[in-house]
Design a protein around this ligand. Structure first.
Ligand SMILES: Nc1ncnc2c1ncn2[C@@H]1O[C@H](COP(=O)(O)OP(=O)(O)O)[C@@H](O)[C@H]1O
Ligand SMILES: [Mg+2]
Length: 364
């Protein structure tokens, strides 16, 4: 088995798994100074875009392509490449297709999609100026595209809305939901979908603090919210997107009306994955590899399921005890340290809440 991986930034998360499976690894990267270039069997530096990876895949006669791209902008190119390479050369590309990327990469289209398939989403309107506003304040103003909280503002007053329009001439305007933020990963391949346990990412704030900067826990334990409901809705969204790979979905649970709302979908490796793995033992990046080598199936995923209490804490620079090899995996560790220097996070797990607290004390 020979797999082409596109993008090196996340490769250290799965290098150990690729090696354990005896897979020959080829990797393309557009930045010659990128990290992890010493890990795969072969590396090709190619121009940005999907033409280079496609040429390398054909030249190297790989069996499958696994894009490891954790940001939104390239996803549409990947999707077009997937459709072409699968159709013309029969090489599977483990990624979302064009329709799924188009529906999920733009938050306005995603809202319309939720409405179409009957999934509750916060009330919204498209504003072309502050005078269009009919929803009650506070509201959340967003652009169609963006991640990590980019271009998002909670408007408490009409003045805040006016300020937003000094910068933008259109906005997706959503009612502000006071409640719990929840993320969930769904794996999809060849018409089969499995929703992994939901993760709790803290409460929404009027400052619009992004979950990237909060402490998160798994499994999700929010009063009044049944995790089966989250999994069921996530499954429904994935099934209607009808494509392959990882779907990470954001939800909110309103404390006021006890309603679960869908917020957005990301069709790529994402920041929830460490907590998902800590909580249930299933690693979404390893499952991409399994899809590529024909070892992904629902029974295989169910067989791996474990049950832990877990948490992820932003720590800046980690100074605790060294993890065992493979360091980016829970194979022999009860914690994983990840993220760039200065912005590191530690994800830890234990068999009880009490033991988790003890472990966190030791690590932080
Ligand atoms: N309707 C809302 N009510 C309350 N907070 C919100 C709402 N929409 C977004 N937020 C806050 O902004 C964050 C980012 O919004 P999101 O739509 O997930 O965009 P991004 O792609 O930047 O993650 C959310 O995680 C949440 O903290
Ligand atoms: Mg989000």
């Amino acid at each position: 088995m020979k797999i082409l991986f596109i993008g090196s930034r996340l490769y250290d998360d799965i290098d150990w798994y690729v090696k354990s499976k005896g897979i020959e690894s080829v990797l393309t990267e557009s930045n010659e100074n990128a990290i992890n270039l010493d890990l795969p069997d072969q590396v090709f530096i190619v121009p940005r875009g999907m033409d280079g990876p496609k040429q390398v895949a054909l030249m190297q006669k790989v069996d499958a392509i696994v894009p490891l791209i954790g940001i939104d902008p390239p996803l549409i190119d990947v999707a077009h490449m997937k459709e072409e390479v699968e159709e013309e050369y029969g090489i599977p590309v483990i990624a979302a297709d064009v329709r799924a990327v188009e529906l999920t990469s733009n938050k306005i289209k995603t809202k319309a999609f939720y409405d179409e398939i009957g999934v509750a989403t916060p009330k919204y309107q498209i504003l072309t100026g502050p005078e269009d506003l009919t929803l009650d304040l506070p509201v959340v103003l967003k652009q169609g595209e963006g991640q990590g909280g980019k271009d998002i503002k909670v408007a408490k007053t009409i003045g805040d809305v006016e300020d937003y329009f000094n910068e933008f001439d259109q906005a997706l305007c959503e009612e502000f939901i006071e409640g719990a933020e929840i993320s969930i990963e769904v794996l999809g391949f060849d018409g089969e979908y499995v929703a992994l346990p939901p993760i709790y990412k803290g409460e929404t704030t009027l400052e619009g603090t992004h979950p990237l900067n909060k402490t998160k826990t798994g499994p999700c334990m929010v009063e009044g919210l049944d995790n089966n409901l989250v999994q069921h809705v996530a499954y429904k969204v994935a099934k209607n997107l009808d494509s392959d790979g990882i779907y990470e979905m954001d939800f909110m649970f309103s404390h006021k009306n006890k309603q679960l709302y869908a917020i957005e979908v990301n069709t790529r490796p994402n920041g929830t994955r460490y907590l998902t793995t800590a909580t249930c033992g299933v690693n979404s990046l390893c499952e991409l590899v399994n899809m590529a080598i024909g070892e992904f199936s629902l029974p295989n995923v169910y067989d791996k399921l474990e049950y832990y209490y877990s948490t992820e804490i932003p720590i800046g620079d980690y100074e605790g005890p060294a993890p065992k090899v493979p360091v980016k995996s829970f194979e022999h560790n009860d914690f994983v340290v990840h993220g760039p220097e200065g912005y590191q996070r530690v994800t830890a797990r234990a068999d009880s809440k009490e033991n988790l607290e003890k472990l966190v004390d030791k690590l932080t």
